[in-house]
Design a protein around this ligand. Structure first.
Ligand code: NAG
Ligand code: NAG
Ligand code: NAG
Ligand code: NAG
Ligand code: NAG
Ligand code: NAG
Length: 406
């Protein structure tokens, strides 16, 4: 998307267009006809136009020759219409670099639709109703493909014809299986989003070829566990989201090679404990979400090597007590609401010198001196006995149990 904006900005620099279709806005080689209740494509668009926005109209069937005079187009926005696409409609546009067909109720794509679009790098097909794919073999320069929010189910597409792809959105479909070989041709893939599907497993080699992957989303699926080596080649991964599954167990060394990881979201799973050394290789980790699990105890050294943690979320678990976390001197936010904590161990605050936001609502805390955290600016404590039992501790007068917010 950044590339497109850049392109638009560049186009703004050039000369001014004389003719402009009614209701549209024109500037240089850009024509903006968004949300103008168009039912047909205006005939008087200047042939030198490079950027054309037709999004948010009532376009349905587009006559075959509609783009014949617009050979210079490099961006075409057709999102949020009701398009009935025919083969060859885009044939006159070999220079097209970006095409937005999102939100059009498309249920399938005609064969050869993209046959002449060998310059296309950006294609958005999100929010349609696609249940199968015919993307053809011509899109060899494609780097960005959004197929999210469709109706893809049993999926055998391997994207072998799109070797340049670096961003692939397949989230919010009905995917139950993925091709056994994975997307092994996509050696440049950086962002892969498979969230909100019906996946229950991934082949153990599935991610082995994606050495450049930085961002992987597997949340809201049906995963119970992963093969021990699934993530082993993702040396550049920075952001991993696995929340909203039913994982109760991770094999040892599951994350051993994720040494660049900055964010890990394991919330909303079925973890009852953290295995020994589970996180010990994640030395760069800044954000860790373990909320909405069933964790009842934490070892004192659970986060021993995660010294760069800034955000730690442990709310909605079964914690009855906490150890003293040594070394989390970068921690700024700690969430512990909805557990069974009765208090904090002595010395708990000593190393948490940067902690400024603490959430401990809905626990069983009766007594605790908030002043052990001299630097804290926000505490959430409501729904603890300390807030309701009068005279149970002088602390209750030092803090506002209901209003303080993180
Ligand atoms: C589509 O591509 C073919 C082969 O490159 C070319 O011959 C043809 O003219 C193109 N179609 C249009 C309408 O430009
Ligand atoms: C791709 O775009 C370039 C320049 O924009 C153009 O010269 C070339 O002909 C286009 N490719 C095809 C297959 O038309
Ligand atoms: C998705 O596709 C299936 C068949 O593959 C169909 O039964 C179902 O109605 C589709 N869902 C929607 C929302 O169209
Ligand atoms: C880590 O990566 C190296 C090199 O790619 C590989 O040999 C090793 O098996 C991986 N280790 C784990 C625990 O996955
Ligand atoms: C947890 O995940 C399930 C399944 O994806 C989802 O339905 C539920 O809303 C999630 N709960 C929370 C608190 O995020
Ligand atoms: C409070 O913050 C200051 C400045 O960051 C730090 O030097 C000090 O150790 C902190 N005190 C405690 C008890 O966290």
């Amino acid at each position: 998307m950044g590339r497109i904006l850049e392109l638009i900005v560049v186009l703004f620099g050039a000369g001014v267009l004389s003719a402009c279709p009614e209701k549209c806005f024109c500037l240089s080689k850009l024509v903006d006809c968004r949300s103008t209740a168009l039912q047909t494509i205006p005939v008087d668009i200047d042939p030198s136009t490079q950027t054309l926005f037709l999004d948010g109209n009532s376009l349905t069937r587009i006559p075959l020759d509609s783009f014949r005079n617009l050979r210079q187009l490099s961006y075409l926005g057709l999102s949020s219409n009701c398009l009935l696409l025919q083969s060859n409609i885009f044939d006159p546009l070999p220079r097209l670099q970006a095409l937005d067909l999102s939100a059009n109720h498309l249920s399938e794509l005609p064969e050869d639709l993209f046959g002449n679009l060998s310059n296309l790098t950006w294609l958005n097909l999100a929010h349609n109703n696609l249940h199968s794919l015919h993307l053809g073999k011509s899109l060899t320069k494609l780097t960005y493909l959004d197929l999210s929010n469709n109706n893809l189910t049993v999926f055998q597409e391997t994207f072998e014809h799109f070797p340049q792809l670096d961003t692939l959105f397949l989230n919010s479909n009905q995917l139950k299986t993925l091709p056994e070989t994975g997307f092994s041709q996509l050696l440049l893939l950086k962002i892969l989003d498979l969230s909100n599907n019906k996946l229950s497993s991934l082949p153990s080699q599935f991610l082995n070829h994606h050495h450049k992957l930085t961002d992987l989303r597997l949340d809201k699926n049906r995963f119970k566990t992963f093969s021990a080596t699934l993530f082993s080649q993702l040396h550049h991964l920075q952001d991993l989201t696995i929340s909203g599954n039913i994982i109760s167990y991770f094999p040892p060394k599951q994350f051993a090679n994720l040494t660049k990881l900055l964010k890990l979201d394991l919330s909303n799973n079925s973890l009852t404990f953290l295995p020994l050394n589970f996180l010990s290789d994640l030395r760069e980790l800044q954000l860790l979400k373990l909320s909405d699990n069933f964790i009842d105890t934490l070892a004192a050294d659970a986060f021993k090597y995660n010294l760069k943690l800034v955000y730690l979320h442990l709310d909605s678990n079964n914690l009855r007590s906490l150890p003293v976390f040594d070394g989390l001197s970068q921690l700024e936010e700690l969430t512990l609401s909805f557990n069974r904590l009765r208090g904090f161990p002595n010395g708990f605050a000593d190393n948490l010198v940067k902690l400024n936001c603490l959430q401990v609502t809905d626990n069983l805390i009766e007594q605790w001196d908030i002043r052990v955290f001299p630097n804290i600016t926000s505490v959430l404590l409501r729904n603890n006995p300390i807030c309701t039992v009068k005279g149970s501790g002088r602390q209750a007068t030092d803090i506002d149990c209901t209003k303080a917010q993180c």
